[in-house]
Design a protein around this ligand. Structure first.
Ligand code: HEM
Length: 323
C-alpha cells in the first residue's frame, strides 16, 4: 500500500489561492518542533509566547487543514464518480472507507487529517536524513561503499533496480543502515516521554509526571557498550543479533515499547531501497570537502547538506524499462 496515489502531486499540493505546498508546511513544522520554547520550561511566561511558537503553530495548523481538507474532498468526489464498488487504492482510501462505515469510535475528517499529518511529518524527513547520513559516511569510507556496491552487483545484478524482496539477501546493506542509525539516530533524544507513575530506574527515584528523554545518540557512542564506538564500522553488525525493533536497548533509533515508532516497517524499507538504489545505480564523489558536523534540534541532521556528484553505473535504458 502506498501513502498516496500521487504522492508527488500531494507533496506539491497547494489549495487554490494560498501559495504554499504541503512539503513546505511539513518542513516548517519540523523546524518549529525543534525550537526550545521558553514557555514550556517557564509556564508563567507561556501566555506571552515570546518566540511566537504558538502563533506559528496555529498558522501552520490552519494551512495543514486547508491542504488536507482539499485533498480529502477531492478524493471523496473522485470516489463518488468511480464505477461500481469502491476499491481502496491507497491509504487515504482505506481511511475514507473506514470513516464511512459504522465504527464504535467514528472516524471524522479531523482524525483523518491528524493521521495524515502524523504520517507525513513522521515519515519524510526521518528517512531522508538517515539516507543522507548513510551516503555521507559511505563517501567518507570508500571501501565500505565499494563492498556494498559489490554485494548489490552480485545479488541484484546490473540490469535492474533493487527491490524490497532483495533486502533479505543484502546483509551488508542492513548492517550499514544499522551502523548509520547507531551513530546518527535521527531523533537523538527520541520524543519526550512522561512517567505515568512514580518508579525507580537504576536506583534513582522518578516521580510521577517526570518528563524523560532517552539519549539514544549517547548510547550509540558509549564505549562501555560498543567497541570503537565512534568508528563507522558496519561489519560489527554482520554477526550480531541486534535488531532495530526496540528489543535491544543499545540500539533504539525507533524507540521502544508502546510509543515506539509505528512507521518502522515503512521507514526502514524506504531507507533500504533509497540507499541501495542510489549506490547501485550511481557512483558517488563528494563535490565539496566532506563535513559531517551535526546540527541538533528535535532531529539531528548534517549541519551542511551533503553535496555529491553522481555518475551512472548501470545503463540508463535498462533502468528506465524497469521503472
Ligand atoms: C527512518 C525512518 C524513521 C525513524 C528513524 C523514526 C523514528 C522515530 C522515533 C525515534 C520515534 C519516537 C519513539 C519513542 O519515543 O519511543 C518515532 C515516533 C513516531 N513515528 Fe517514526 N521514524 C521513522 C519513520 C516513520 C514513518 C515512515 C512514519 C509514518 C508513516 C512514522 C511515524 C511516527 C509517528 C506517528 C510517531 C509517534 C508515535 C507515538 O507517539 O506514539 N515514522 N519515530
Amino acid at each position: 500500500m502506498t501513502v498516496g496515489k500521487h504522492a508527488k502531486d500531494i507533496l506539491s499540493h497547494s489549495p487554490t489561492g494560498p501559495s504554499y505546498s504541503l512539503l513546505a508546511v511539513i518542513v516548517e513544522i519540523l523546524d518549529l518542533v525543534g525550537v526550545s520554547n521558553i514557555g514550556d520550561y517557564i509556564p508563567l511566561l507561556a501566555w506571552m509566547d515570546l518566540q511566537g511558537c504558538v502563533r506559528r503553530s496555529k498558522v501552520l495548523s490552519q494551512k495543514l487543514r486547508a491542504i488536507f481538507g482539499e485533498i480529502i474532498n477531492e478524493r471523496r468526489n473522485e470516489r463518488r464518480n468511480r464505477d461500481g464498488e469502491i476499491a481502496d487504492v491507497d491509504f487515504l482510501d482505506v481511511l475514507l472507507t473506514a470513516s464511512s462505515n459504522q465504527t464504535e469510535v467514528p472516524i471524522t475528517d479531523v482524525h483523518i487529517m491528524g493521521i495524515l499529518a502524523n504520517m507525513f511529518a513522521g515519515g519524510i524527513d526521518t528517512s531522508a536524513i538517515t539516507v543522507e547520513w548513510a551516503l555521507a559516511e559511505l563517501l567518507k569510507h570508500p571501501h565500505t561503499l565499494k563492498k556494498l556496491q559489490d554485494e548489490l552487483s552480485s545479488e541484484v545484478g546490473s540490469t535492474r533496480l533493487v527491490q524490497e524482496s532483495d533486502v533479505g539477501n543484502l546483509p551488508y546493506l542492513r548492517a550499514i543502515v544499522k551502523e548509520t542509525m547507531k551513530l546518527h539516530p535521527v531523533l537523538p533524544l527520541l520524543v519526550p516521554h512522561t512517567a505515568k507513575q512514580q518508579c525507580q530506574v537504576n536506583g534513582y527515584d522518578i516521580p510521577s509526571s517526570t518528563i524523560a528523554f532517552v539519549n539514544v545518540w549517547a548510547i550509540g557512542r558509549e564505549p562501555t557498550v560498543w567497541e570503537n564506538p565512534l568508528e563507522f564500522y558496519p561489519d560489527r553488525f554482520l554477526y550480531s543479533n541486534i535488531d532495530l525493533q526496540g528489543q535491544h536497548f543499545e540500539l533504539l533509533p525507533f524507540g521502544s515499547g508502546r510509543r515506539a515508532c509505528p512507521g518502522l516497517a515503512l521507514g526502514i524499507s524506504n531507507v533500504y531501497l533509497m540507499l541501495a538504489n542510489l549506490v547501485h545505480v550511481f557512483d558517488w564523489a563528494a563535490v565539496e570537502e566532506l563535513d559531517l558536523t551535526e546540527k541538533f534540534g528535535i532531529v539531528c541532521k548534517l549541519a551542511n547538506p551533503l553535496v555529491a556528484k553522481a555518475v551512472m553505473r548501470v545503463h540508463r535504458k535498462v533502468i528506465e524499462t524497469e521503472t
